[in-house]
Design a protein around this ligand. Structure first.
Ligand code: ADE
Ligand code: ZN
Length: 330
């Protein structure tokens, strides 16, 4: 058994995945044609040639532009279904998918359209592929807290209809200059409503944002969190409380959080006893889906079967699945 096949066969959860970040260039062109949208790139190759990022913002600019081809329920379904097929090929048994409604509602797409397309694919993945999923409605942190409140308000009427899927709230987009404190009230409200809470923190932003996400927003899981290493007291807190960090190695290289994969701190965090797992973030933009993230990281950092086993088990234990469902896979 090759290490890749060994890792593929490990039951794995993916907990940090933006569904809009799974939109492949060929589907962007297909949807653009279907929806009669003119793209600023003549062909797929020239679009892909633009995937040369210098930081988070340079990626986000392209990512939001790409999502502009999503108009109809079928578009959201097609994007999501393509992801579930990839997930199945990589041996993913459960996935917690972030989506950015503001990217779509700001263009006049109805909240229902976004939910309906993603949810139809998720339910079909459950019945046909045996992959379970939850949805994480994520607020764009470059927009105001009032805008986040509006978004939550627009989504709440759909809560019952999608109760099997929509269990959590998240926070993504431009991190620097948009600290967790900006969203304290909307997170408090989300908590009162019974949502599970996650937030991106410590990707480009400082370790203090990780601290603030935990203390001010009350999140139970941190997306990225790799910059926590700069704060020894925070590191100890993360260890003592087994706070999950959803680390995204290929993303961190493409967005220049680390210079190269062999400089990545995943192995260090793992050896210190942090509750880390591996994720793909925006695989259509960062050059690999989940199994590629595991394998390229294993190669660069010398991860052995035992490490890979721990990372996969961590992903299931850090998921929002009820304990008995986690146990089924462990
Ligand atoms: N939105 C999509 N991917 C993201 C990332 N890596 N960081 C922040 N916001 C994002
Ligand atoms: Zn992310």
């Amino acid at each position: 058994l090759s290490l890749r096949e060994f890792t593929r066969q490990l039951p794995k959860a993916e907990l940090h995945l933006h569904i809009e970040g799974t939109l492949e260039p060929d589907l962007i062109f297909k949807l653009a044609q279907r929806n009669q949208i003119t793209l600023p790139y003549p062909d797929q190759a020239s679009l892909q040639a633009a995937y040369q990022f210098t930081d988070l913002q340079s990626f986000l600019d392209l990512y939001y532009a790409g999502a502009g081809v999503l108009i109809h329920e079928q578009d959201f379904f097609d994007m999501s279904w393509a992801y579930f097929l990839r997930a199945q090929a990589d041996g993913i048994v459960h996935t917690e998918i972030m989506f950015d409604p503001q990217t779509h509602t700001a263009r006049g797409v109805a909240m229902e359209t976004v939910f309906a397309g993603i949810a139809r694919a998720a339910r079909q993945a459950r019945s046909e592929l045996g992959i379970s999923s939850y949805l994480i409605l994520s607020f764009l942190r470059h927009l105001s807290e009032a805008d986040a409140f509006e978004t939550l308000k627009a989504a709440l009427p759909l809560r019952e209809q999608y109760a099997d899927l929509w269990v959590a709230i998240g926070l993504d987009s431009s991190e620097k200059g948009n600290p967790p404190a900006k969203f304290e009230k909307v997170y408090a409200h989300g908590r009162e409503l019974g949502f599970r809470l996650v937030a991106h923190a410590g990707e480009e932003g400082p370790a203090s944002y990780v601290r603030d996400a935990l203390q001010l927003l009350n999140v139970e899981r941190i997306d990225h969190g790799v910059r926590s290493q700069d704060d020894p007291a925070l590191m100890q807190y993360l260890i003592d409380h087994a706070i999950p960090l959803t680390v995204c190695p290929l993303s961190n290289i493409k967005l220049k959080v680390f210079d190269s994969l062999d400089q990545h701190n995943l192995k260090h965090l793992l050896d210190r006893g942090l509750n880390v797992c591996v994720n793909s973030d925006d695989p259509a933009y960062f050059g690999g889906y989940l199994l590629d993230n595991y394998m390229q990281t294993a190669q660069a950092l010398g991860l052995q079967e035992a490490d890979l086993r721990t990372l996969a088990a961590n992903s299931l234990r850090a998921s929002f699945l009820p304990k008995e469902k986690q146990q089924f896979w462990l």
